[in-house]
Structure formats: C-alpha cells, structure tokens
Design a protein around this ligand. Structure first.
Ligand SMILES: Nc1nc2c(ncn2[C@@H]2O[C@H](COP(=O)(O)OP(=O)(O)OP(=O)(O)O)[C@@H](O)[C@H]2O)c(=O)[nH]1
Length: 348
C-alpha cells in the first residue's frame, strides 16, 4: 500500500483526533501507536490543566517533550492548539501523523472543526477516533449523554476493554455503537492495540541505516510482555484496492469520497480524470475530502479504501464501478465534482 500517495501534498500531516470518556483507554492507545515505527506527534488537548496523560505518554523520558524516536508530546488548550499544530507540521519535524488526545470531558467536534477548517496546507484531517469502554459504557450512558453524541460523529469507534467483558456484553456494546452510528468504522481493541495502518501510513524505515536503540524499540520490547490478546489486535481491519489503468468517473469518485461505504475509515489514491492532464492525489476521512495535483513519481491508478467492519465485497463492487467505461462519454463539467476539493491556487 505504501507508495500510493507519495506526492508532496500527501506531506500534509494527518491530524487524528482521539477522544473518549475518562479512563476509556485513549492514552493506552497513544502509547501503542508510538510503538508503531511511525513518527507521531502527540498533543494533549487538556484545555489548560496540567496533563497527567502527557506525562504518561512521555513518561519513559521523564516527561520530556521530544521523545527518543522523534515523536513529540505537548499540551495545548483551545487557543494554542492551532499554533502547536503549525509548529508540528513543519517539514523539519517530519512527522507521519499527529494525534490530538482530547481530555475525556472536552468536545471533540470543536477540535475537528479547527483542523478541517485550517487553511494551512500542511495540516490534513486524519479523522475522529472515539474510544468506548466496553466495561463501563452502559453505567456511564445515563449521566453522560455526550458519549452517544460523540459516538454519532466519530469516523472510527474503538471499543476498548473487550477482554473484561463476556461475548454477549461485547456484542451488545457493538450493537449499541452501530445503532448510534451505523456507518462508522468499528473495531475492538485490547490494551490499545489498534492496527496503526488503519489510522495512518506507517512508513517502512528498515532501510534507514544503522541507528541507536530508541525509545520505540524499548516500548516495542516491553509490549511483547502483554501480548496475550494479540488475536484481537488486527481483527476486522481491512483494505480494498483498485488498480485502474485509465480514468475514473469524477461523479462516481466524488460520491465514494463524500459518502464512504459503511465501515470505511479513510480512502486515498492517485487517480486520473477524463480529459485532465495531470493525476490527482485524493484523500478522504469521514466524508472530508482533500484533493491535490500529484507531483510525485508513483504512477496514477491506485485507490485504496481502508476500514474496519466493512463489507469488502460491497466496497470492491463500488471500486470496480469507478473506471470510465468504453461506451461512456463524460462531459467536461463532470470533473468539478472532484476538483472543487482542490484548495485555492492548486490548479482547479
Ligand atoms: N483490561 C484492559 N484495561 C485497559 C484497556 N485499555 C485501557 N486499559 C486500562 O484502563 C485504564 C485507563 O486507560 P487510559 O489509557 O489511561 O485511559 P484514558 O482514556 O487515557 O484516561 P483519561 O486520560 O483519564 O481520560 C488504565 O489502567 C489502562 O491500563 C483494555 O483494553 N483492557
């Protein structure tokens, strides 16, 4: 899958918002992502309070801001979040993704709006991940209606602590999530072990040459001690790819990007449109679409849908229907369905 979107605009750093009620398992998941080999910036959006999470996440280095593997951890309140993000997306920091962990009490939608509304081309939207605590969610719901409200707007719901409930309870929680949000990607996690590839492009840095033992290595070694539930770790993660030699139909492509299939979390690709000279990089999370001219070397024609709980046959059918058919003519105005998502000044 790597190499599909190697163009410069894909250097827009995806900013993932990670939310969930107090104690749901957000920090545990952040720690797991930090072990993935990707360079991840962690922003703890604690609205002013000194954050215990920041210390936990960075705990192995005495609360230092820059982690040994190049990851960065910092705190930001609503007013400073934009500034913090602007600093983190600078090319010199070279992050693969940023995770903004909102405090359990914060309103994640406000953070999402800030990211999707950002005019900074280096900031991309990486989706809203909401952690639901399988063990405690039923007891919390009556007094905390915001839980269902947040589940309803999430792009991915991670149901945590499934190791602490029986199958019937787990299924009931999953059904409850689906009733509130029928289209989100939904996955179960134990000890935060979500597949990082579901959320971000994990680079293969094995060829980076000799290097010192870093924090990520130590954390990875440590994680092996807790791998009793590894069967769950990659459960339900799926990707479906289309390799198309020719152009895709702009309206059908736009429909896919704007209304991703049930269970899809993100869609990315390098595509051609009929009559348009250069290929385009497309990227969508939760119906938030980003399009840019493709200037990288990888050839156009690949599109990947990544999700959890998808009906992969249905997704395959949607993808197979995208290429312009031989007997089909596409009028020149159709491409606006996709190119309207080009940011200003990007060759609309
Ligand atoms: N058994 C079990 N425990 C878990 C799991 N995920 C997290 N925990 C534990 O639950 C507790 C809370 O996890 P955190 O990751 O700190 O939760 P949080 O959402 O960051 O909490 P706040 O920052 O207080 O909002 C910790 O003791 C974790 O070890 C899981 O899947 N299974």
């Amino acid at each position: 899958m790597r190499g599909v979107c190697d163009g410069p605009r894909m250097s827009a750093v995806p900013v993932i918002v990670l939310s969930g009620f107090l104690g749901a398992g957000k920090t545990t998941m952040v720690n797991h992502l930090l072990r993935s080999g990707a360079r991840i910036g962690v922003v703890v959006n604690d609205f002013g309070a000194v954050s215990v999470d920041a210390l936990l996440v960075a705990g192995s280095v005495d609360g230092a801001v820059r982690l040994g593997n190049g990851c960065i951890c910092c705190t930001a309140d609503a007013d400073t979040l934009g500034d913090v993000l602007a600093g983190l997306v600078s090319p010199s920091v070279a992050l693969d993704a940023i995770v903004v962990e909102t405090s359990g009490l914060a309103e994640p939608v406000a953070v999402v709006r800030m990211i999707t509304g950002s005019a900074d081309p280096r900031i991309g939207y990486g989706g809203l991940v909401y952690v639901v605590d399988a063990e405690n969610v039923d007891a919390l719901r009556p007094d905390h209606p915001e839980i269902d409200r947040h589940v309803a707007v999430a792009d991915l719901v991670a149901v945590s602590k499934v190791d602490r409930v029986d199958d019937a309870r787990r299924d009931a929680v999953l059904a409850g999530v689906r009733s509130v949000n029928p289209t989100a990607a939904v996955t179960e996690v134990v000890d935060g072990r979500i597949d990082p590839s579901l959320l971000l492009d994990v680079p293969d840095r094995r060829d980076d040459g000799p290097r010192q033992l870093e924090l990520a290595d130590l954390l990875a070694a440590d994680s092996h001690d807790h791998s009793g539930h590894s069967d769950h770790a990659h459960a339900r993660y799926a990707s479906v790819a289309l390799t198309a030699g020719g152009a895709l139909h702009p309206r059908r492509l736009a429909a896919l990007l704007e209304r991703p299939p049930t269970g899809a979390y993100r869609i990315k690709g390098v595509v051609r449109l009929p009559g348009r000279r250069g290929p385009l990089v497309v990227h969508a999370v939760g119906g938030f679409v980003d399009v840019a001219p493709h200037r990288g070397r990888s050839s156009a024609g690949d599109l990947v849908v990544i999700g959890a709980g998808m009906n992969t046959e249905e997704v395959r059918a949607v993808l197979d229907d995208l290429p312009v058919r031989d007997d089909e003519s596409v009028d020149g105005r159709a491409e606006i369905a996709v190119t309207r998502y080009l940011r200003t000044g990007e060759g609309r």
